[in-house]
Design a protein around this ligand. Structure first.
Ligand SMILES: [Zn+2]
Ligand SMILES: [Zn+2]
Length: 311
């Protein structure tokens, strides 16, 4: 029988990957398209990724696929080929290569079937998520950043916004994306006739969010092609300045990667500039917070004295 899930413990896998010297590349991609047989599709992805020693997280749903994975460099071409040929919709799929690579990004491979690749909470049957906003790339993004009449909206979570964002971007504070979609309509109600630029990490949220804004009567909605990651790649490719400030939060064990040298956030314990996210070492707490290197040593990677004493 072929292998369709992990049989080794996470601890073992972590040890294995840390001891392994092979270099890896961290990539992410997503695509909204109709997947008819999610079970069959999921298994095919798993078998092929397993064969090429891919690690990370993949979500499959009938609305598409979303993946954050690391691939051994020597297999990158094979994995890309497999994806391009696995479905017509994925031919020439944009694969976001991570800005800095780290082999410790993932320990395991998990391919899950989900109801949606992004949980939007939208139930209105009239909503058409294919009617997205206008895609813009780095040149236009930079131009629009210097235009005072354009409003930038950050569609990520607060902890992502805190360590890095575009200058003057509006933060839509919320715990979940579904809550954020509700809020953004309320908060931005005054701007239905203004130019709005939306962005998120890789573009997956804003494909939906921009369509949602349209649906709610916003006339001029733009969004960053492939998100912040796509913006940085495109700006680098064209020799344009990168106007994003700070670091980008990433959803793997690295927590963040630098985009500009400027640090815009602060250590929660000593207030020194820092963009290092850690999870509190005390398991019952596990709070995600910003902690500088010095405080990590001083507080044994804990968020408080209380947690440190209860380790
Ligand atoms: Zn500190
Ligand atoms: Zn704690």
């Amino acid at each position: 029988m072929s292998n369709l899930c992990n049989r080794i413990s996470k601890k073992e896998l972590k040890k294995k990957i840390l001891m392994n010297e092979e270099s890896r590349i961290v990539v992410s991609f997503y695509k909204y398209f109709l997947i008819k047989n999610t079970k069959e599709y999921r298994d095919r992805i798993y078998q092929n990724f397993y064969k090429y020693n891919v690690l990370g997280r993949v979500y499959v749903s009938d609305e598409g696929i979303n993946a954050q994975i690391s691939i051994p460099v020597k297999f990158y071409f094979f994995v890309k080929n497999f994806l391009y040929n696995s479905d017509l919709e994925l031919n020439n799929l944009f694969i976001n290569k991570s800005l800095s690579n780290h082999k410790k990004a993932f320990w395991v491979l998990s391919v899950k079937i989900k109801k949606k690749i992004v949980n939007d909470g939208i139930t209105n049957p009239l909503f058409n998520f294919k009617k997205v906003g206008i895609y813009i790339k780095s040149r236009q993004v930079n131009m629009m950043l210097s235009d005072r009449n354009v409003i930038f909206i950050d569609m990520r979570n607060s902890y992502e916004y805190e360590i890095g964002h575009f200058p003057n971007a509006i933060e839509i504070k919320s715990q979940t994306f579904r809550e954020q979609l509700k809020k953004v309509i309320q908060i931005m109600h005054y701007a239905k006739n203004k130019k709005i630029v939306m962005y998120c990490t890789g573009g997956i949220r804003c494909e939906k969010a921009s369509a949602w804004m349209h649906f709610n009567g916003f006339k001029y909605v733009y969004h960053l092609k492939n998100g912040i990651l796509g913006y940085v790649h495109d700006a680098n490719k064209n020799g344009l300045p990168i106007l994003f400030q700070g670091s980008n939060f990433v959803f793997d064990n690295r927590m963040s990667e630098k985009i500009s040298d400027k640090i815009i956030s602060f250590c929660k314990q000593c207030d020194k500039p820092s963009d290092r996210y850690v999870n509190c070492n005390f398991n019952l707490c596990h709070l995600l917070f910003i902690q500088c290197k010095d405080c990590t040593i001083k507080f044994k990677k804990c968020c408080s004295k209380y947690c440190m004493q209860h380790l």
